[in-house]
Design a protein around this ligand. Structure first.
Ligand code: AMP
Length: 429
């Protein structure tokens, strides 16, 4: 039989990496707890129609879509927000607002694999459903900041914008929504020239083109200057002006609440079509791909047949955050417990070794049993190689006294102990 290879774009997480990922996931769960978000678990498989409705051409064209055996057109979820909006439009329709919901799991996109980009990836996704106030947008930024800080990430930066600014300008020119979407997608990929020629061909005025050209060049951390400049440029566009006003309120709230500095980017767009308000991404200097992204989507629930429901959310790329931490060499090794192996000196004592192991586990001490049939010398050698802290040797002579031998592998010392004293000895080192 030939040796199988992993499918392109997929990855294995070996124990150390799996632990890191779960550790980051644990931090995200803790953030959820701190901010009052409750977990829901939605299916990996959703109807294609639901997922395709408003995700944007970029995501739509990269879905793992197929017909199930019943002939339904389905797809593996490329994001969580569509599933959440489906629930809010149906089962959770009458649930009191705000709803604070957390989803954690794997997502699937047929992206071109590269560093930090896989076809299966992991997110923690926070959605705040119901409020239209800027405090809600601020909360999503603040909890994202809390997560980045709590995993130990350094020098991360928030890039913030407002989709209403560019849409306010394009809409005023009477450009069709699909033209606007395509232009915004090009801007998302920083293909500003292509975006401008697209809107020009669609009939945009010279004034609009000049304005867009100026907008895509305005960015910076000096908020009063950047926002002031944006305000001045869109003065004649009421929709865009309101968007700048809203953005200013949000960034002021976050900077006052926790001194979080953000970079405002007037030409910032995001690939997903459903955003209606503030949008943002998080970056670190070591990587040129975003670690998290989110924004406001006030019309999605309605689009799925629910009541008009404002909402704002964020998706944190858990495996990307892990990569960023690896790049920054900032990962704390998650192993807290010292590893213990129990070895029976002879085969006849293997039942006793199991019994001693169970006694230790009952005390909450993680224990591995030697199950390869290795003799003591070989078992000690293996334990050394694997960085095991303690080996418990179960021998006949000691057992008669209700005792075993505890070997400290690092100090290369051993002593005989009563079985009931063993757990305490291991715990206190
Ligand atoms: P999006 O849903 O496109 O806003 O993505 C939100 C976050 O998910 C991004 O900021 C990334 O951290 C992560 N992400 C998106 N696509 C991928 C991918 N192909 N591989 C790894 N992480 C991804």
């Amino acid at each position: 039989m030939k040796a199988f290879k992993i499918v392109r774009g997929m990855r294995d997480f070996l124990p150390e990496e799996a632990q890191m990922l779960r550790l980051i996931e644990g931090k995200a769960r803790n953030v959820a707890k701190l901010y009052g978000y409750e977990e829901i678990i939605t299916p990996v498989v959703e109807s294609y129609e639901l997922l395709a409705a408003k995700s944007g051409e970029e995501v739509r064209s990269r879905m793992f879509a197929f017909k199930d055996l019943g002939g339904r057109k389905v797809a593996l979820r490329p994001e969580f927000t569509a599933s959440v909006a489906r629930l809010v439009a149906t089962t959770l329709r009458n649930a009191p607002k705000p709803l604070r919901l957390l989803c954690i799991g794997s997502l699937y996109r047929y992206d071109e694999p590269q560093k930090g980009r896989f076809r299966e990836f992991w997110q923690s996704n926070f959605e705040l459903i119901g409020p239209e106030k800027p405090e809600a947008d601020a909360e999503i930024l603040l909890l994202t900041n809390n997560l980045m800080k709590s995993v130990g990430l350094r020098n991360y930066a928030f890039k913030v914008g407002h989709i209403g600014v560019l849409r306010g300008i394009l809409g005023r020119e009477g450009l069709a929504e699909d033209v606007q979407n395509r232009a915004l997608q090009l801007m998302d990929k920083k293909q500003y020239e292509d975006a401008l020629s697209l809107v020009k061909d669609a009939g945009a005025s010279e004034k609009c083109l000049t304005l867009l050209q100026k907008m895509v060049n305005i960015r910076g951390c000096n908020l009063s200057s950047v926002l002031g400049e944006m305000k001045r440029l869109v003065e004649d566009y009421s929709g865009a002006s309101a968007a700048v006003e809203n953005l200013a309120e949000i960034v002021e709230l976050v900077s006052k609440a926790c001194n979080l500095d953000v970079m405002v980017d007037a030409g910032f767009a995001r690939g997903l079509e459903y955003y209606t308000g503030m949008i943002f991404e998080v970056y670190v200097p070591e990587l040129d791909i975003a670690l998290a992204g989110g924004g406001r989507y006030d019309r999605l629930v309605e689009l799925f047949g629910g009541e008009p429901t404002p909402a704002v959310g964020v998706a944190h790329g858990l495996d990307r955050i892990m990569l960023a931490l690896q790049e920054q060499k900032a990962l704390v090794k998650p192993y807290g417990d010292k590893r213990v192996v129990v070895v029976s000196v002879s085969e006849a004592l293997s039942t006793e070794a199991l019994r001693v192991s169970e006694t230790l586990r009952a005390e909450g001490i993680p224990v591995e049993v030697e199950v390869m049939g290795r003799k003591v010398a070989k078992a000690l050698e293996t334990a050394n190689r694997k960085g095991i802290a303690y080996v418990v040797l179960v021998g006949e002579r000691e057992l008669k006294e209700g005792a075993v031998t505890l070997r400290d592998m690092e100090r290369k010392e051993q002593r005989t102990l009563k079985i009931e004293e063993l757990a305490k000895a291991i715990r206190t080192g």
